[in-house]
Design a protein. Structure first.
Length: 281
């Protein structure tokens, strides 16, 4: 595995690979890799001829008082895990390369960025779509792999790719969970032992919603109320949102039908965690 630190070098490597005509898979990450990231890399290795993984903590998708400076980083461990997963190139660019002096452009996707995480993190998705579009232009992948935990992000990026006629395929892979159901996240490292136990309520609430729907309940408000009661048992828990929305356009659903996304964002102490479940009715 080669570690590439500049855009020019990365583009040169891709150009050389293209001469062989391979299918290039891409896994964009912010590092501090866990099994969820590794599952994406392994699927890319399985499906593609060349796999590129990026590790870049993107400053423009963090709000003023969010955890950009504290976000966990461990490039040595990331490189070891990426290599073990079969990644061919690990792209680790610098801020000065990704956002050079005078950088003043943005890629903005409307509508699907206004609710859920977009409502509570203004400007977040502008940062995401801008950096992802840059990475797509640098790597020129055939297939890009994302984890379903970032469900809204996947919908936003799919919209961007469609609207801008970007020639690549987006693949969303299932959420990878610990044995107790907690969705794997780099931010789980912030949690104390007690907070981690409280964080299990996200998965438990999603399972409760699934159970209620299975019993025939289709009133979103009743399901959300039941989820809230379960989650708020935790002493350090504060709910950002619980929503039941259309799984394609994120419009809110008063009554559940067809395919819906049940999405949660919760603060455990100061740690913001997200989780979700897609249900077909």
């Amino acid at each position: 595995m080669k570690i590439i630190r500049s855009i020019s070098s990365m583009k040169k490597c891709i150009k050389n690979e293209r001469k062989k005509g391979p299918k290039i898979g891409f896994v964009p990450t912010m590092g501090y890799l866990h099994q969820g990231h590794i599952s994406l890399a392994q699927q890319s290795v399985k499906e593609c001829d060349v796999t590129v993984m990026s590790v870049y903590v993107n400053p423009t998708q963090f709000g003023l008082h969010e955890d950009y400076k504290k976000y966990p980083r461990d490039i040595k461990s990331d490189a070891a895990l990426a290599k073990e997963a079969g990644v061919d190139y690990l792209f680790v660019p610098s801020d000065s390369d990704m956002y050079p002096l005078g950088f003043s452009s943005k890629v903005i996707v409307s509508n699907v960025t206004q609710m859920l995480c977009g409502a509570s993190r203004p400007g977040h998705f502008d940062g995401v779509t801008t950096i992802v579009s840059k990475l797509f232009n640098i790597i020129e992948p055939n297939t890009v792999f994302f984890g379903q935990k970032d469900a809204q992000q996947i919908i936003v990026i799919k919209k961007m790719v469609k609207d801008l006629n970007i020639q690549l395929k987006i693949k969303a892979l299932p959420i990878v969970r610990d044995s107790d159901g907690l969705a794997m996240s780099s931010r789980n490292a912030y949690l104390s032992k007690a907070q981690r136990l409280e964080a299990l309520s996200l998965y438990q609430a999603l399972q409760k919603a699934k159970e209620l729907i299975g019993q025939g309940e289709c009133n979103s408000a009743k399901i959300i109320a039941s989820m809230k009661r379960l989650i708020l048992r935790g002493k350090s828990v504060r709910i950002d949102y619980i929503a039941i929305v259309d799984a394609e356009d994120l419009s809110f659903k008063k009554h559940i039908k067809a395919k819906v996304l049940i999405a949660i964002a919760v603060f455990i102490g100061k740690v913001r965690l997200i989780d979700n479940l897609i249900i077909k009715v």
